[in-house]
Design a protein around this ligand. Sequence first.
Ligand SMILES: Nc1ncnc2c1ncn2[C@@H]1O[C@H](COP(=O)(O)OP(=O)(O)OP(=O)(O)O)[C@@H](O)[C@H]1O
Length: 261
Amino acid sequence: MSTIRVTGLRVRHRRTVALDGVDLTLGRGVHGLLGPNGAGKTSLIRVLATVAQPAEGRVEILGEDVGEAGRRGTVRRRLGYLPQEFGHYPGFTVREFVAYVAWLKELPAADTPAAVERAVERVGLGDRADARLRTLSGGMVRRVGIAQAIVNDPDVLLLDEPTAGLDPEQRVEFRALLRGLGASATVIVSTHLVEDVAAACTEVTLLDAGRVAYRGTPDALSALGEDSDDEGVGDNPIERGYTAALRAHRASGTPLEGAAR
Ligand SMILES: Nc1ncnc2c1ncn2[C@@H]1O[C@H](COP(=O)(O)OP(=O)(O)OP(=O)(O)O)[C@@H](O)[C@H]1O
């Protein structure tokens, strides 16, 4: 069942067209959002997070049309969002900050302490719960960002470059967390790390210059790389698939579809 339906989405930043007629239907699972710098990944995530308004098109999340201001509050309570630039309060402790976000999302007060502990544990910060954010490393702050995004057990989770700054061990643990979250929620992860996609995602959406260039499974994208005649366009099958899909899209101007959708 689809939880997100985007039709004819067009997003502009002044004169720049960031998304140009995007149609997407997404359901439960982990969706990797790939694409070169400036492809439109952040623009798409911000619209889905209801923090930016499209110039054109319709966005339906969990059955609600988020173009209607009155429906946005209902959707926001069921969303989790980690922005690319994650604003936080350096004087708060990890626990205080995650509890504060739980309050913003109107989690029932009685459920909040347990939800906060669980979210903090899930990102591996249980032993730093009382540390002030200003004393944490960049990667740890990123993990606090993930904790605040999942504290309400969201049905739709939007993560904009969540693995930026995480060390390799944390990235491996984060992928396992993503797979767990994707079992019950629609998770969208924008990333430049195609190996994260190969390890954690059930589906890939590749954006290029504001359009959908490819949709399919990570395996289908890798297979595209295996079949590609190009040499030296990636160090592993999925990187080669990424490059092959981009090149094919640029040559034809139409989206390619993977084996499975
Ligand atoms: N606030 C803004 N003002 C003007 N142009 C913007 C703004 N934000 C984004 N853009 C432009 O919109 C387009 C899409 O940007 P967006 O940030 O969505 O891409 P992205 O795929 O997330 O890129 P990256 O991988 O670099 O994070 C780019 O051409 C970018 O220059």
